[in-house]
Design a protein around this ligand. Structure first.
Ligand code: SF4
Ligand code: SF4
Length: 86
């Protein structure tokens, strides 16, 4: 199930219960801020997730995925690949 634009698995995220987040596919803006540039970019291209993008994985997505504090060492990029291969 595709539950985020960037490949984060929302069902494994502790904010789901903590912040009552339903996942960025279902909500208009992320609970953690006004907007997410990855979500905005992906939705502007009418894509379900970043794996469908012709520039996947782009610099912005990599920046998010490999961020020292918030990143997941590229796990979400791999997840997008899985979704793409279906
Ligand atoms: S980082 Fe952005 S695209 Fe990824 S789950 Fe959060 S809101 Fe969605
Ligand atoms: S891979 Fe990058 S350019 Fe493509 S939709 Fe995602 S954030 Fe946007």
């Amino acid at each position: 199930m595709v539950d985020s634009r960037c490949g984060t698995l929302c069902r494994e995220c502790h904010y789901r219960e903590q912040a009552g987040c339903q996942g960025c596919v279902k909500i208009e803006k992320p609970f953690w801020g006004e907007s997410c540039p990855v979500k905005a970019c992906c939705e502007a291209k009418s894509q379900e997730h970043c794996g469908q993008c012709e520039t996947f994985p782009c610099g912005l997505l990599k920046q998010f995925a490999y961020d020292e504090k918030q990143g997941d060492n590229g796990k979400r990029i791999e997840q997008c690949r899985c979704w793409k291969e279906g």
